[in-house]
Structures are given as C-alpha cells and as structure tokens.
Design a protein around this ligand. Sequence first.
Ligand code: SF4
Length: 701
Amino acid sequence: MDMAAPRHIKTTCPYCGVGCGVIAEVSGTGDVSVRGDESHPANFGRLCSKGAALAETIGLDDRLLYPQVNGAHTDWGSALDLVADKFGAAIRDHGPDSVAFYVSGQLLTEDYYVANKLMKGFIGSANIDTNSRLCMASSVAGHRRAFGADTVPGCYEDLEVADLIVLTGSNLAWCHPVLYQRIVAAKEKRPRMKIVLIDPRRTATSDIADLHLAIKPDSDVALFLGLLRYLARSGALKRRYINGHTTGFKEALQSAELLDLYDLVRRTGVAGATLEQFFALFAATEKVVTVYSQGVNQSASGTDKVNAIINCHLATGRIGKPGMGPLSVTGQPNAMGGREVGGMANMLAAHMNIEDAVHRERVQRFWQAPTIAAKPGLKAVDMFRAVADGRIKALWVMATNPVVSMPDAGNVEAAIRNCPFVVVSDVTAATDTARLAHVLLPAAGWGEKSGTVTNTERRISRQRTFLTPPGDARPDWWIISEVASRMGHGAAFTFSEPAEIFAEHAALSAFENDGARDFDIGAHGTIDAAGFEDLEPFQWPRTKQGSSVERMFTDGRFFTPDGKARFVNVQAPALAATEPGFPLTLNTGRVRDHWHTMTRTGKSARLSRHYAEPFVEIHPEDAARHRIGEADLVRVSTGLGAILVRALITPRQQPGSIFVPMHWNDQFASRARVDVLAASVTDPTSGQPALKNVPARIERF
Ligand code: SF4
C-alpha cells in the first residue's frame, strides 16, 4: 500500500508569550507529532513540557463542531443572521455602546484585526477588550507613559549577554520555560552572570537565583524607589543620559528620597543587608535586564511598578543597548499582536491613540469607515459590570473563558447568565462561559487556522494550517467578517484569506507614518498569499526598506513629542490594612504544565500528572496553626466566596501567604475557581485587575 510521505509544517506554539517555533509532522496516516523548530530565533529547537505535548491536545472529543442556537444545532447562515440581527437591533435601539466584544490573546492577529475594525470603525464603539487586560495592560500603560508608545525595548538575546538579570514577579521557570532554559544555558557558559529573584514565593525559578528577595506582595514600587535612591547616592547615575534623553528625573528622585532603608525594610519585609546587596549589585553592573511579569502587572499599583522599574533603567542609561533594559514578558501567545491591531478598549489600530483626533481621522479614512469610536471603551472589569447592570445588551466572547478567569468570577457568571444576548465563538462548548451562550459558533483551533502571532520580543511569526477543521469549524476572522457583512459592512470585510488581512494591517501601520509611530511593518503592505505562506519570523518595526530592529531606542530617541523618555513620579502605595477575619494573603498564578483554564492542556494525561488537582500552598506554621495536614481538603475563603482545594504544605510560602493556581474550573474540580475569590480591584491607570495579594482565610474542610 502506498503511504504518503510525512509533511513537516513550521508553525508557532499557541501557549505562552515566548512564541516558540514548532515543527508539526503529519504522517502518511495523519498522525501528528511536534518538535521544536531549530531555525526559530525564539527557541532554537527547544520546547517546554506544554509545547512538547501539543500533539496530545488536538483530539476532537470535546470539540464544538456545528453552530448552535439555544443548544440546538443549526447552519452557519441561520446562526450568523441571528448574531447580526441581535447586534444590529441593540445598536439601533440602544446605541453602539450597548454591544461589546470580549476577545483573547489566543486569537491570531488577523482575527483580532477584523474584530477591532468592526467594533471601532463600523459599529462605532470601543467596547472591545481582551483577556490580555488581565495579563499585561499595566506594562502597556507603563511603556506608553515612559516611552510615548507601547514599545518593548529589548530582545531575548539580551538575556544571554546580560551580566545581571533581575526577575521580578516572574516564575520564568514555569511560565516562560524556554526563556528560562536560555538563561540557564547562558549562566552555565558564563557563571559570573548573576540572577536576582524578587518574588514573595520561593518558586522553581529560585533554583538559578544568586539572591532571592522574598518581598511582601505589592511592595515592588517601594523596592525600586529604594533602588533609585541608592543609585543616586552611590554615584551610579548616568547624568549625561538623564539630561540628554529624559525628563522628570528630579521629581522622581524626590519621591524616592522619601523612603529610607528603615521604611524599605518595613514595606518589603526584606532584611536591610539583603536589600543593600541587591542595590549594590545593580549599581555596579552595567549590563542589567529586569524581567517582569504578572507579579508586577496584576496589581492595583501595576503601572507604577512598571514605571518604577523603567525609571531605574533610564537613570543608568541601561536601555537600547545589548544586555540592558526592562523586559515585560507577555503571558499569552498573541498578547502583543492584539496590542498591535488595537484590540483593547483604550487603543486604536497600529499603536495609534484613541484619544488623538488626528489618529482617529487617519484610521477612519484608511478603513473608509462610516464612523470611528470617539472615546475609549469599557475595559474588561468595567465591561462585565456593564453587562451586570444591563447597559450591554449583546455580548460576543471569542476564545476565552471569563467565567473562570475574571476577578469576582461568580458575579461575572451571573452577569453573563442575565445578559439578553450572548455569543461565544470557541473550539469547545465545554467551558463555563460557553454553557451560558445563546449562540455558539465553532472556531478553528491551533493547527487548523492560519495567521500570525507576535511574541514578547516583537517577533512576528506564522501559525500555519496542518489539520482540516472538523465539522463546520471556521477561522475567527471569517466568522467576524460574515457578521460584519450581514450588518451591512460587506464592502470593508471582503477578506478571503488571512494574507489579505495581514497586508491591510501592515499597510495601516505604514499609512502616514513618518517614523513618529513605533509600530511599522509596512514592508508587508503588498504581501500576497505565497509571500505570506513563506513569511519568516521577524521583529517589528520593519520598514519599507525591509530592515528589522532588534533593539529600540538605541539612539536615545523615544516616541514622545520631544523625543525624550519620561521618568514617572511614582509613589509607594499606602500599606494595606489587614482585613478583619482574613489574615492571610492569597496569591494566584500558574503551574508548569497547565495553561489558562485547561481547555487544551486538560486533555493531556501527561501534563495532568505534574499536578493532578487544584491545591493551596501553605507555610508549615500556618498549616499547624489551622490544624491542617498534608493533602487535607481546605476551604479557602474571602469576602466573596470559598473554594475547596488540597493542602500542599511547603516552606516555599512565606508565613502569612498562601498560593492557589488559576487553572482549575468547575469542569475539572468542584468549586475550584480561584478567581471567584478576588474582588474587582483594578490599577487606576491600566484597568488591569489585581489578581494577587487578596485577603483570605483557610480552614480544614
Ligand atoms: Fe510554548 Fe511557551 Fe513552552 Fe515555548 S515556552 S513551548 S511558547 S509554552
């Protein structure tokens, strides 16, 4: 019997923001295996446990195969007509701001682009926000405040040439494992490279740390103010850089001077000698990269934390040079791509600003759109509040599961349940959110759809198709375009393939862009299907001349009107009072082998072996105080509710702190949605929810 030769398709991992290249091998009999792509500059062949298990997660057992309306199968035409009718009726009767899209960093850039175009340019509202709001909105806001644009300055190679890497609020070993592997390999080659970990927990990342600062949650602003003060007093400032390329230093330093070592010890909980050891190391080392992630972003002071970090890099001129700079590592595979197309309620496409009338007019003219959103829309937490109080009449959730992942998840569930019209487009109907939908639309999944994603270092890579979508599943861009067409906007949504969308996105990035805007991939504004198929990974910006940029700000010019970076005058937040009855601090986060709400990784028995069920990490002293033994069932409560999880007693926790992973939901374990416990507290600048540092209590069940 003739057997077709195996096919090898280069694509990108759909999990974290490292954006590893993957080669999918499809055998003659259709079996799929994956391996790392040695030619991809993000991973050079490496994969972590999640990436290596991708082939185990593409089974069809829980796939949504056909459109459904109120639980009954229907055809695409009927489902799309209904969605267009209901959204159209809400807009007609209650105005454009009565509808909302809640989208996802799991979408490809082309999907994101079309959703944003429909909402902002053709519906005329900015009510499109994304689960990236839960992930990196504070970094976006911090970048914009400091640099005048949402620009990541550096690249992964900086991690290999740095002499000091400061990891703050980042369990890189589990959450961005291939970057961690790259650092481990670099440190093996150059043992004098130093690693400092700043994290309330002793995580797996502490294995490579030369110094661990187990700070109290949310004391990062104070810590980096203390560092700025130390840099000034120890002669480590780069005065010429500060004077030539920045503004606002004097005021920022005045705030830093308010905190002495005694204050810092009180606020951070770290011994004075340890703080000074860190400060001295930072001051004495020229090549420093500060990596930060959700421990920084998911906080009521997240944006200030980001700027406190950036301030220290600006003060020492350590930015835009090899081995130096702040590096925000994004959680999701396409959080960056979503930012590029403006898929957030406070942004326009191509990194243009919704508050800027010139930008709004430009985007509207480029799209030949009948309107353009005139003001920022509802950010995620506010969006679900508006669903709850009836302002949103029609909601479309794409590729995400807010009933599990949003703070105050119980009330988010109730809000969606009571919303007059809810559409969910996803690969599965087996999510807590999909169960509440009036209309379910089957979306194509990883391996079945084609487009681009952007990773943490601004590198755009292709996701390619190697599987046939099952049943009636379709790509998200097609679904959105069909709805747009039925709403009367067909002429602007004639896309027949993702290459056309990517070309339009690229053309918009270059449209009337004289270099004042950071995001520019205009070289691809005329790309065709064949060129798109062959597109190699590249970092933006990429101009018409075709050059890519590894590092930004190498010339000391930024995207502010005067070209200078801004020191932001951040203040250490007031010390939080203990909430009576809730004496512990609950932090949330990821485990190594699961992803988000486990709709994909939950299918792999291998991945589920690492942690088979949800748990709460408790320090031995707290466990003894509450008479809790190893593996006991524990009720974790806050003012909003309670969950039941297994006790894991470990000195990795500080006394007074507990940790619960975010992944489990009511699909996999009864009453384990940890985000029902977190209140909807947000950072005032970024709108990112504080999913850490939640007052809680524990008791044996
Ligand atoms: Fe995928 Fe991230 Fe693992 Fe790379 S590090 S294989 S992108 S999950």
